[in-house]
Design a protein around this ligand. Structure first.
Ligand code: MG
Length: 466
């Protein structure tokens, strides 16, 4: 049986993810979703309109009530799923990938993104006969024009707009020619905004879509030269968000998540104080839950522990975060690339909501002061080439060697020590075993990586000798 689903939906170049494949996948998803009410949204890529037509045709042909959300961010589409009480959602976006890529991402009626494992059910339907609707059962496609404004309204409802406006913030934003350009007015209403790469453009001619430090050099330079309170940037579909502090220091995704946890808990503390003045000693952040992936920095966990919150780990990938958010009824979830899920908006990573929460925090004190509150860690990493068919075996053998009780075997092996940790994982897309360590000193992080690099090299050697 062909395999279509990757970690997050069906992704490929246009000669692989063809309109025919998109139509078939949409038909299968329509059947899987009990031929109900399905939303469809897309990003700004050139192939988006063509794939969207195929997806809509596929849904209509199996009797779904199909609703076109138009061009929108991924978090906006996921918010609309909840608002419209729909049975499913297909988002056509290749996220941070280069312009020649595209993808179909599937979300169920609860707002949970379909993982590779659950995608197998849809793949099975794709390979079987699908019963089409009778001509008189075909439903007209509806359009929703207010996707972005509804999403903005939900975000604004969950921050203190008055507080942000009062702070007279001066911000720089790099929209990367993506769907976030549609949110310019939201920022303009509350701050003075200098926007770059704000023209929607399927070539991403301003910069590559992935919001890495290297791709954001123009934004960093702008913040360094001007008097800005911060710089913000996203990927094309706006689930990833990163920032630059007022001094021009780039803030990686891990820290964006840790700051988000800090903002949430500080705010909880403040509200509890207002509500229960007489019980200030009983600050109830206890019972709060945060979710993150096994590859995410220890910083967020340290913050969570300071506030008595619980932490749960998942495999790496957005679908696993949204699954855990739902099943554990958690308060916040996030990952190392700057994706944060806010319970009150949806079960999807929402880079726009994260940006507004950050503005609310900056209205209180400078971003660099917030950053100084985070525990300091150093990291080191390496990758070791390995044959594709041996990757799984090596990780299994390595897992069996571990005696410590403080290990997490979910997606590779994460070993936690008192003030450091290391993860050994097989790369999902390349023929490598990756090793990443984080510690309180750069020296310790390097030592950890070297130690496990030797162990893995030995395992690979023995496996190859067989
Ligand atoms: Mg993305």
């Amino acid at each position: 049986m062909p395999k279509y689903f990757g970690t997050n939906g069906i992704r490929g170049l246009f000669n692989w993810l063809t309109p025919m494949l998109a139509l078939r996948a949409a038909q299968a998803f329509g059947v899987w979703s009990k031929r109900g009410k399905i939303l469809v949204g897309r990003d700004i890529r050139f192939t988006g309109e063509c794939l969207m037509s195929a997806v809509k045709s596929g849904l209509v042909s199996v009797g779904c009530e199909t609703i076109d959300l138009g061009i929108c961010s991924a978090p906006a589409a996921e918010f609309m799923l909840k608002k419209e009480n729909a049975d499913g959602l297909i988002i056509i976006t290749a996220s941070h990938n280069p312009p020649e890529w595209n993808a179909l991402k599937f979300v169920d009626n609860k707002g949970i993104t379909i993982s590779k494992e659950r995608g197998k059910e849809i793949e099975k339907l794709m390979d079987n006969i699908i019963l089409l609707s009778q001509w008189n059962e075909v439903k007209p496609i509806k359009k929703i024009e207010n996707t972005i404004t509804d999403h903005i309204f939900a975000i604004e409802k969950n921050v203190n707009l008055g507080k942000i406006k009062k702070a007279n913030l001066n911000i720089a934003v790099d929209f990367g020619n993506g769907t976030t350009s549609l949110y310019l007015e939201m920022f303009k209403r509350i701050a003075t905004v200098t926007a770059i790469n704000s023209k929607i453009d399927g070539y991403f001619s301003g910069r590559l879509s992935e919001p890495t430090e290297a791709n954001l050099s123009k934004l960093i330079e702008l913040v360094k030269k001007g008097k800005y309170d911060c710089g913000f940037a996203w990927d094309c579909d706006a689930d990833r968000f990163v920032a630059v502090d007022e001094k021009g220091n780039f803030i990686i995704g891990d820290k964006v998540f840790a700051l988000s946890v800090l903002f949430l808990f500080k705010k909880t503390k403040f509200h509890k104080f207002c509500l229960h003045r007489n019980f200030i000693n009983r600050i109830k952040t206890n019972g709060k839950k945060i979710i993150t992936t096994v590859a995410t920095s220890r910083v967020a966990e340290d913050i969570a522990k300071q506030y008595g919150a619980q932490i749960s780990y998942t495999k790496v990938g957005a679908p696993y975060l949204s699954e855990a958010m739902f099943s554990e009824n958690a308060d916040i979830a996030g990952e190392e690339v700057g994706g944060v899920i806010w319970k009150e908006i949806s079960l999807a990573k929402d880079g726009l909501a994260t940006a507004m929460k950050m503005l609310e925090a900056i209205a209180e004190k400078p971003l660099s002061t917030w950053l100084a509150e985070l525990p300091q860690y150093y990291n080191s990493k390496t990758k070791i080439p390995v044959q594709k068919e041996k990757k799984k075996k090596i990780i299994e053998k390595f897992a069996m060697m571990q005696k410590s009780r403080n290990i997490i075997i979910l997606d590779g092996v994460r070993i936690n020590f008192s003030d450091s940790w290391v993860i050994v994982r097989a790369s999902g897309t390349e023929n490598y075993i990756r090793i990443f360590a984080e510690a309180k000193s750069a020296k310790k992080a390097t030592q950890l990586v070297k130690k496990y690099e030797k162990i893995i090299a030995r395992l690979i050697f023995h496996e190859t000798e067989k």
